[in-house]
Design a protein around this ligand. Sequence first.
Ligand code: FAD
Length: 459
Amino acid sequence: MLDVKTLDELSASVRGEIIQPDDPQYDDARTVYNGMIDRRPRLIVRCADVADVIACVNYARETGLTLSIRGGGHNVVGFATNDGGLVIDLCRMKGIRVDAEKRTVRAQGGCTWGDLDHATHPFGLHAPGGVISTTGVAGLSLGGGIGHLTRKAGLSCDNIISADVVTASGELVTASANKNPDLYWALRGGGGNFGVVTSLEFKLHEVSTVFGGPVLWSLDKAKDAMRFWQQHMANAPDDLNAFFAFLIVPPGPPFPEELHNKTVCAVVICYAGPMEKAEEVTRPLREFGPPLLDGVGPMPFPALQAAFDPLLPPGLQHYWKGDFFKELSDEAIEAHVKFGPDIPTVNSAVHFYPVSGAAGRVGKNDTPWSYRDAQFALVIAAVYPDPADSQKNIQWVRDYWEAAHPYSAGGAYVNFMMDEGEDRIRASYRDNYDRLVQVKNEYDPGNLFHLNQNIKPAV
Ligand SMILES: Cc1cc2nc3c(=O)[nH]c(=O)nc-3n(C[C@H](O)[C@H](O)[C@H](O)COP(=O)(O)OP(=O)(O)OC[C@H]3O[C@@H](n4cnc5c(N)ncnc54)[C@H](O)[C@@H]3O)c2cc1C
């Protein structure tokens, strides 16, 4: 039971909405994106501003309540919620300010990538996000952030100029290259370990219309297509991003009826360079095969960024595993071609995202995101509507991962991982792990922020 007096004190100091188990909006507010997660926090506070966040952090620290931070609610482990604790829900903090002259944007902690793209697109500018529009800007960027612009502009975290952070002591600090540089370093890949990020300032890049879309091949071409794509990306200009996928063709437009529900392999292209070069740069991938479908063409960047949204509504069951790869050897390709075609549903994903180009040129110790020498980040994601199908779907992910992992670089991208234990977290950060622990010791020695891929303090 919570002490009524202290709860009254919290209510008096918060302008946002405090939601408790008896409130009609409770079930809606406690639901996260992954339908597998069913947790019942004691309090959900939809913060209105930084002062609310400070009040909540102090309240959780003083009462000993478990604390979650909720941005877009997409984390598949369900870190954004908990049983019996407090959720700092940032969904009402959606302020965005674009400085078109300086090519920067500041976005509050509750923004999704759809919100940010909407705000920056009219200026012909974008920050690199992911490949769907509904993920939270903060949760995705603090873990790294891989998407359509990774090769052109780097990871999302590489583009963070500064962050406002409420630390475990309830203090608001700014982290940038000049202010609290250790915290600034740790935030760019270290996840939600160091405080509640109330706003992030990003570098923007000139991106408006891109030349993008899918190229589909029949499965009998999978090995050759994978080899060709790998070779092509090794020499491609940074402006070209193309991720390889096994997928089931969605049963609706723009796909022709004869392809509906067919399992295929594919690349999803995003060329974000000068349009007069688009045909030439993308042609080899579009002509290879020949493909079953070439769906590549000019489109506004936000349209590509939202193209997968209908396949991934909230409430589906999600079970994911991932790894980084420095190369896809013939043996590795054998493993992928054995398991990839068993992708279980149209919502599921086997995606190999390039992490080369601009992302690959950042020093491996310049941010916590260590795998700058990797070429691809793989995610194997079973996504399905019926919990009764969990066993077979989870088994497919595990079997696939077991077969492919021996060919991997060792670790995985933290935002593509389930709750896989400390060794896997260490494997993600490699020699950056110890420095993350030092920053954790300084900013959160009591591990108040532990619902994340946790860096345990050593104090
Ligand atoms: C359908 C889907 C598509 C995805 N696509 C991509 C993709 O293309 N590229 C990619 O890189 N990743 C992708 N992801 C993974 C995504 O990066 C992670 O799930 C990320 O955690 C989502 O952030 P969120 O704010 O939506 O999540 P939440 O569940 O709200 O937050 C997750 C965790 O992030 C931390 N966090 C969030 N906000 C803050 C904050 N303001 N301050 C401090 N910590 C915070 C907290 O630790 C929190 O528990 C995808 C996930 C899903 C479900």
